[in-house]
Design a protein around this ligand. Structure first.
Ligand code: NAD
Length: 354
């Protein structure tokens, strides 16, 4: 598998985003977001998403340089309709506004509607945590065929509906839970399919609703479904993400007829911890919790006990040093997407050389 430096992947992503029509700042935000997702170990939300973005652009389902519509701006309540705008920029802008509001009055409830794919939710949690804020987000995924089968269902009715929560943590490192409510994110089934490897037990069902490890039907033929994690409890969280994002925040729901894009809506809360109480004491108590959890004896087969956010930091440290592997199929798809935008082979190869 070819290995690329983060800078090389960033150059390729930036080139493609610019040719998609994004102005400089937006292209830079998209490229930065995608490569940070790769660095965090979430290839499902890294540069491998670019072909899908280009496909959505060609279909008129992703709008570069969109001006979001502020539907409501009333004290702690901020409702923004992104109108299919480029997700990473729409979500960055919306969360930055929510942070500013939280700093003014203590907290902000942000309803972000109908952004094109916003990627790794943890990136926005990091933005908030870096600003000294606690962050939660219920997110849904709409506008494409359903892919999550809820508990006791033999066919899908929802998207992968991620949930995210973060607080500023010890030594400036947030404690950050960021997860799909399916056993694996859809992009991980795509990565497995592209690599020709099976997915783990319990992740997928086939068209008959029976368990399978083969991602082929799911990715190639759009049959079967990803299973909700954690039986009825994870499935319940997925349903609540859908309700919070589609009903409460007012974004498009999974039940709406899909056009084939990816729309994310999000109900997020941002709390300025220095307004809530003594931020230093909260940080101390957060450290106490994580140290206590990590003090447990590791189970057989494990070296240590981790808290949410640690695996991503370990991946980032390792990949920053060793580079990021991109499988051949994903790389071919990225190259084809670039070609469909009229990017020459020379320009592409030059960017990929870093
Ligand atoms: P995952 O299963 O790899 O990890 C989920 C969480 O578990 C992370 O917070 C991680 O820190 C924590 N974790 C992992 N291993 C751990 C361990 N050993 N001990 C303690 N904590 C541990 O993630 P996923 O569910 O595959 O999601 C991947 C990404 O996909 C996320 O960034 C999510 O935001 C993104 N996503 C986005 C969308 C969208 O539509 N935009 C949809 C679904 C998922």
């Amino acid at each position: 598998m070819p290995v690329f430096s983060p800078h090389a992947l960033q150059s390729v992503a930036h080139l493609i985003a610019r040719r998609m029509g994004s102005e400089e700042a937006e292209a830079a935000e998209v490229a930065d977001h995608l490569v940070r997702a790769n660095l965090a170990g979430h290839d499902s939300h890294g540069v491998g998403m670019l072909p899908r973005y280009v496909q959505m652009l060609h279909a008129g389902l992703l709008v570069p340089n969109q001006t979001p519509d502020t539907v409501l701006d009333a004290g702690p309540l901020l409702v923004i309709d992104a109108r299919r705008g480029c997700g990473q920029r729409m979500a960055n802008d919306a969360v930055r506004r929510a942070i500013t509001r939280a700093r003014d009055i203590g907290a902000c409830v942000l309803a972000l509607r109908n952004a094109s794919h916003i990627g790794r939710i943890g990136t926005y949690a990091e933005l908030a945590a870096d600003a000294g804020c606690a962050f939660t987000a219920f997110v849904n995924v709409a506008d494409h065929h359903d892919i999550q089968a809820t508990w006791q269902a033999a066919e899908p009715r929802l998207g992968t509906n991620p949930f995210c929560a973060a607080v500023p943590g010890p030594d400036g490192q947030p404690v950050l839970l960021d997860m799909a409510t399916t056993t694996i994110a859809a992009g991980k089934a795509r990565v497995a399919y592209n690599k020709g490897v099976p997915v783990a037990d319990g992740c997928l069902i086939d068209a008959e609703g029976k368990p399978t490890n083969d991602p082929t039907g799911f990715i190639r033929d759009h049959t079967g479904a990803l299973r909700a994690f954690g039986a009825h409890k994870g499935s319940g969280l997925a349903v609540m993400c859908e309700i919070m994002a589609a009903a409460v925040a007012g974004g498009q729901g999974a039940f709406a007829p899909p056009k084939g894009g990816i729309l994310n809506s999000m109900l997020a809360t941002v709390i300025d911890l220095s307004k809530l109480g003594d931020a230093a004491a909260i940080a101390g108590d957060t450290r106490a919790v994580t140290e206590y959890v990590k003090s447990a004896r590791p189970a057989p087969g494990f070296d240590d006990v981790l808290v949410p956010g640690e695996p991503e930091r370990r991946h980032a440290a390792e990949r920053s040093e060793r580079g990021i592997e991109v499988d051949d199929t994903t790389w071919r798809d990225i190259r084809a997407a670039a070609e469909s935008l009229g990017i020459s082979t020379e320009a592409f190869d030059q960017a990929a050389a870093g």
